[in-house]
Design a protein around this ligand. Structure first.
Ligand SMILES: [Zn+2]
Length: 317
């Protein structure tokens, strides 16, 4: 079986060939080795000709695998494609309509387009949050728990749900849109058209925007985190604001879903104590029901390309 894993992100596309199934880790039964990804290529999402760019990326990955004897050389043939796409998606039509890709705003039939490239292959399609949850559950921070929430906090905020040992997809495939949990106290307009979503308050991009409005001169979430570590009062306030809102959203999700553990990954989640201390303080304040009092909140152990790993797991399952 040759698996092609595809991550249709809102700002970048990535694809790779997964050459091995999930493996055991010698001497550590609690861990699992993710599928090994080979010939990983990625490309920024252009403003126009979005599908042509994506198609070229997939051809490049498959071309590289076909030239690699370790992948089977000329006999290499894609048999399963796992596609994890930024949402909203519609799994009923196999389409995606990421908020950040105007050309696809009305929905792009990604499954049909990929099927044209690989007519013989089995195609599995899920929202990126569900793929992320699958990756965390099988090879990451949700291993060993029956019910949990995987979140990514980067330029946006997304997530996916594991409930009773299964990924929750929802009616249209969009379950786990935790970025649009409404948090109290901030009336910030959100890209979804609503107001006060946690993504509009606590994502890297939203936090940078807020800090700049207060006079901070930087431009990225990583700079904001470094400024907070160095004691910059505006950066500290921005991360405190983000952490508090994240803790509120996590508490609401935990009570709704009855989960053991929340795993948080993504670039902005690497912001350290100035983000995580207010996050934990907000959870301590809000998650008070007995069944979530022991809720664990961990940083994701998957450091690279968790969504792409999830696409590979989705295809390999
Ligand atoms: Zn929203």
């Amino acid at each position: 079986m040759a698996v092609l894993a595809v991550d249709i992100g809102a700002t970048k596309f990535a694809a790779a060939v997964a050459v091995s199934p999930i493996g055991a880790v010698p001497g550590d039964e609690s861990a699992a080795r993710p599928p090994a990804l080979r010939h990983l290529h990625q490309v920024g999402v252009p403003a126009r000709d979005v599908w042509a760019t994506c198609r070229e990326l997939l051809r490049r990955v498959v071309g590289a695998a076909s030239a690699d004897e370790a992948c089977g050389g000329a006999a290499f043939e894609v048999t399963v494609v796992g596609i994890a796409a930024a949402g909203p998606v519609d799994v009923r039509t196999g389409s995606t309509a990421p908020l950040n890709i105007p050309e696809w705003r009305d929905g792009f039939p990604i499954v049909a387009a990929v099927r044209e490239l690989f007519p013989e292959a089995d195609i599995r399609f899920a929202i990126d949050g569900a793929a992320l949850a699958l990756a965390e559950y099988r090879v990451g921070g949700l291993r060993g728990v029956r019910s949990g929430l995987a979140m990514t906090v980067s330029s946006g905020i997304g997530g996916g749900i594991i409930s009773d040992g299964r990924v929750v997809f929802g009616r249209t495939g969009n379950a786990g849109h935790v970025g649009h949990i409404v948090v109290p106290g901030w009336e910030v307009p959100c890209a979804c058209g609503g107001v006060g979503c946690v993504e509009a308050v606590a994502s890297g991009m939203s936090s940078v925007r807020w800090a700049r409005e207060q006079g901070w001169p930087g431009t990225t979430g990583a700079e904001l985190a470094r400024a907070a570590e160095a004691g910059d009062p505006i950066a500290l306030a921005a991360l405190s604001r983000a952490g508090t809102a994240l803790g509120q959203a996590v508490s609401s999700a935990a009570a709704t879903l009855d989960i053991d553990r929340v795993v948080i990954g993504g670039g902005f989640a690497q912001s350290g104590g100035p983000l995580w201390e207010p996050l934990r303080a907000a959870v301590a304040r809000h998650a008070r029901l007995g069944f979530i009092r022991e809720l664990e909140i961990l940083k994701s152990p998957i450091t690279d390309g968790a969504t792409l790993v999830g696409a590979a797991v989705l295809a390999g399952d």
